[in-house]
Design a protein. Sequence first.
Length: 85
Amino acid sequence: MRISVTDAKAQLTDLVRRAEAGDEVILTRHGQAAVQLVPVKPALDRAARRKLLEEISREGAAKITPGPDAAHSQDFLYDENGLPK
C-alpha cells in the first residue's frame, strides 16, 4: 500500500497495525516513495542466540573440506625428486 505522508498522519495507528500484520506500507512524498513501515523483529534472548550460533557453527564445520597442510600445499608443482615440473 502506498500512501502520502499527509494522509498517513490521520491513519497512523491503522497503518502500523497493517505493517505489523505483514502488509507493505510505503509512505510517499510528492508521489515518490520516502519511507517504508516495517515491523520490528523481537531481539533474541541469550539462550536463543547461543543456540543459533552453535547451529551455524555446526553447519559451517560440516561444509569444510580439509586440504593439504601449509608445508605440502605446493607439492603439485614439483616431481618426486623435488624438481619443478
